[in-house]
Design a protein around this ligand. Structure first.
Ligand code: NDP
Ligand SMILES: O=C(O)[C@H](O)CS(=O)(=O)O
Length: 487
């Protein structure tokens, strides 16, 4: 589409709010400071958002504390009904939310629609889970006593979210927090705040009371310091790099906060000789290129057993070459711009390293600006940079392996353990690999494992805690044991 057509598509943005949301009010920065939000495809300005001052962020935390008692005492079914109303509002605004996500993140519109549905799924799950924070009656060990355990909301929570799924990574925290009876102050990534601010507007419309949910924007360091040091904040949930996650964990230690950490990954994909070729290619395409490869569960390294290697290379190369790089707003775009030029530079670094180590470039190549073509390198050396660090882009590197034991050794040779993928038709291979691979999640004969109905999360340096499913509610609940004697 030409610029005028593109401008017409993005002109209608009813949910675009160029303000932060604090204690039920839309506010500017007290000192008038702002942050630019740009369109990764054109580099042009979409809007500016406030850079809040410290006192404004503190006001959001204080408002969350004031709102907590009444929100915690709100019947869980009522909290669930409010989340259900929010779900209906999200789906009623599906088109506008998807356009906002593509505009600020760059991902193809069809993936942005997928993210809206995925993000809405967390609101649906926790609308249902809200009244299921059940307790227990414990048989008393001695006469005259009644023992019971009940699950209570942790209190004031904060969330810090990344740019790669600007809506879903927030609803994955916001929905269980509010369902459990917690209040929440969220800080979205500065590059992609608009979906979070749109969520705040819809939450307000759905009846979430002032102070229960605020969205603050501004200096990550200042906001992070306030979030981690405040004794009022009892829970911090973070999705982002392990480097930042470790800093946040350490900063939370003095106030002993509850923590949920969804951090970096380095997912291996193991394709065995007995895999169904079409299934393996489909799985690799999704696991590698979903979200333009900007996902912590992306197949960061693809290990292919020698018996199927040549057939897989031929079929996979055809599929990669058929992908379209372009404007995320174009319906037939498969790979949009990456979030920024440094992201492309990182992909180029991994590409050059793979080639210098003996890899062969079959599709794509070096990217420029924010545009990185879908790229395939084969015969990559086992120790290449792309097998050790998150590429976070549309670069697929294939490494050949011989025996099952070699595949498991290579897969586990990383300090990370978020997701992994196994393609095989052997029940024994699948069972053994599912047991032997050190990761929080395993995809078998699929590259798409993300769903709000299952526990998402990693081990080792990939984090702690689970998001999604009933397990995600426990992250925002404490268990209180009551021993009632003299009966
Ligand atoms: N697990 C995941 O889903 C994701 C992992 N990543 C990993 O992180 C790498 C870099 O991406 P990036 O977005 O920079 O990830 P970061 O971890 O740097 O940022 C994620 C979030 O943390 C905030 N943040 C950054 N530094 C601090 C701090 N000191 N205190 C409080 N909050 C902070 C950011 O705010 P701000 O935007 O204002 O800087 C953003 O909201 C990627 O290459 C990838 O490896 C990235 C995104 C998602
Ligand atoms: O599918 C998801 O939930 C995303 O991949 C999450 S993340 O790990 O990329 O942030």
């Amino acid at each position: 589409m030409d610029q005028s057509q593109r401008n017409a598509v993005i002109a209608y943005k009813p949910l675009l709010r160029a303000a932060a949301y604090v204690d039920g009010q839309w506010v500017d920065g007290a000192a008038g400071r702002t942050i630019e939000v740009t369109d990764p495809f054109t580099g042009g300005l979409i809007t500016t958002i406030p850079a809040l001052e410290q006192a404004q962020v503190q006001a959001a935390i204080d408002a969350a504390a004031r709102a907590f008692p009444a929100w915690a005492r709100t019947p869980a079914r009522e909290r669930g009904k409010i989340l259900r109303r929010l779900l209906d509002l999200i789906m009623a605004h599906r088109d506008d939310l998807a356009r906002l996500i593509t505009l600020e993140n760059g991902k193809p519109l069809k993936e942005a629609y997928g993210e809206v549905d995925y993000g809405a799924g967390f609101v649906e799950v926790y609308a249902e889970e809200a009244p299921r924070a059940l307790g227990e009656i414990i048989p008393a060990p001695v006469p005259g006593r009644k023992l019971y355990a009940e699950r209570e909301p942790v209190g004031v929570s904060v969330a810090i979210t990344p740019w790669n799924f600007p809506l879903a990574m927030l609803t994955r925290k916001f929905a269980p927090a509010l369902a459990a009876g917690c209040t929440m102050v969220a800080k979205p990534a500065s590059q992609t705040p608009l979906a979070a601010l749109a969520l705040a507007q819809l939450a307000e419309e759905a009846g979430v009371p002032p102070g229960v949910f605020s969205v603050v924007t501004g200096s990550a360091g200042m906001i992070g310091d306030l979030f981690t040091s405040s004794p009022i904040v009892r829970k911090l949930s973070f999705t982002g790099s392990t480097e930042v996650g470790v800093k946040l964990m350490a900063a939370c230690a003095p106030t002993v906060k509850r923590l949920s950490m969804e951090l970096g990954g380095n997912a291996p994909m193991l394709i065995f000789d007995d895999a169904d070729l079409a299934t393996a290619v489909d799985a690799a395409m999704i696991a590698k290129f979903r979200n333009c490869g900007q996902s912590c569960i992306a197949a960061n390294r693809i290990y292919v057993q020698r018996g199927i290697y040549d057939a897989f290379v031929e079929s996979f190369a055809q599929r990669v070459a058929a992908m379209k790089l372009g404007d995320g707003l174009e319906e037939d775009t498969d790979i949009g711009p990456l979030i920024d030029a440094p992201a492309v530079a990182k992909v180029n670094e991994h590409l050059e390293d793979a080639l210098s180590g003996g890899g062969r470039l079959l599709v794509g190549g070096k990217g420029e600006g924010r545009m990185q073509p879908p790229t395939l390198v084969v015969d990559v050396a086992p120790g290449a940079l792309l097998t050790r660090e998150e590429t976070f882009g549309p670069l697929a590197g294939l490494v050949a392996f011989d025996a099952y034991e070699d595949a498991i050794r290579l897969a586990n040779d990383t300090p990370f353990g978020l997701a992994s993928y196994v393609c095989s038709t052997s029940p024994t291979t699948i069972a053994h690999a599912g047991r032997d691979i050190e990761s929080g999640m395993v995809g078998v004969n699929t590259g798409l494992i993300s769903t709000p109905y299952a526990p998402f999360g990693g081990v080792k340096l990939s984090g702690i805690g689970k998001e999604g499913s009933s397990h995600g509610l426990d992250e925002y609940l404490n268990i209180k044991y009551v021993c009632h004697a003299g009966l």
